[in-house]
Ligand binder design. Structure first.
Ligand SMILES: [Zn+2]
Length: 148
């Protein structure tokens, strides 16, 4: 867990797997969440879509989505000029699956947060931390001393 890939971050969408594990944006989010004091499980296969970060006690999940593969619609989503139909079809299927799994999760009572690749970066760290803390609510630790 201590080893973090420090170099070789790829911007080419062709190199990024559809649902690659341990991608750099996800590590960034994990580190943030960890620093906030939350505990999570990774890639829980028993849940729809295998969410990236799962908070069982809070019944919440966070997905870290690559902009290209999940059709965010931002500047990172430019479709390669060759084989456009292939890429667009692939992206649309991914986006449709995202919607479906989110609906399933919400129907089962899970809170779902999506963090996009383009929203991640050192300059946005504070903003993202605030968003995550707002989504997850009170930290699991540090608030229990007054209770019980
Ligand atoms: Zn984006």
């Amino acid at each position: 867990m201590d080893r973090i890939l420090s170099s070789g971050q790829e911007h080419s969408p062709k190199r990024a797997a559809v649902k690659s594990k341990d991608t750099t944006p996800e590590l960034f989010v994990r580190r943030l969440v960890h620093s906030l004091g939350y505990r999570y499980r990774l890639h829980v296969r028993s849940l729809p879509g295998t969410p990236d970060l799962v908070f069982p006690r809070l019944r919440k999940v966070i997905n870290v989505n690559g902009c290209f593969w999940h059709m965010h619609g931002c500047a990172r989503c430019r479709v390669p000029s060759s084989r456009r139909d292939y890429w667009i079809g692939k992206m649309q299927r991914n986006a449709a699956r995202d919607k479906r799994t989110q609906r399933q999760l919400r129907r089962d009572g899970w809170g779902v947060m999506v963090i996009w690749e383009c929203q991640i970066g050192a300059s946005r760290e504070d903003q993202l931390r605030t968003r995550i803390a707002g989504f997850l609510g009170k930290s699991e630790q540090g608030t229990s001393s007054q209770e019980g």
